[in-house]
Write a protein that binds this ligand. Structure first.
Ligand SMILES: [Zn+2]
Length: 83
């Protein structure tokens, strides 16, 4: 039960985002509340990882995210600049 529990509570065309019984966003349009819920859940899943390229610690957004921002931008710069 360590997973963060975000919920949406609707009031007609408005909604609020609730976590552990506390309102964390809203009220606002339901579509926006759903987006916010996604964002919050994604952020809650983030954790510190070690970069697979330079071994620096960075905040990972998930299992697919294994390189720090510096290495990712470096990697794309090399790729884009390749001639
Ligand atoms: Zn790195």
């Amino acid at each position: 039960m360590s997973a963060p529990a975000f919920e949406i509570e609707r009031f007609g065309s408005q909604a609020v985002v609730i976590k552990d019984g506390i309102e964390v966003w809203g009220p606002g349009p339901i579509a926006q509340a759903e987006n916010k819920l996604d964002t919050l859940e994604r952020q809650a899943r983030r954790k510190r990882r070690q970069c697979m390229t330079c071994s620096d610690q960075f905040m990972s957004e998930g299992a697919h995210h294994r390189m720090c921002a510096k290495c990712r931008s470096g990697a794309s710069a090399i790729f884009d600049g390749a001639v």
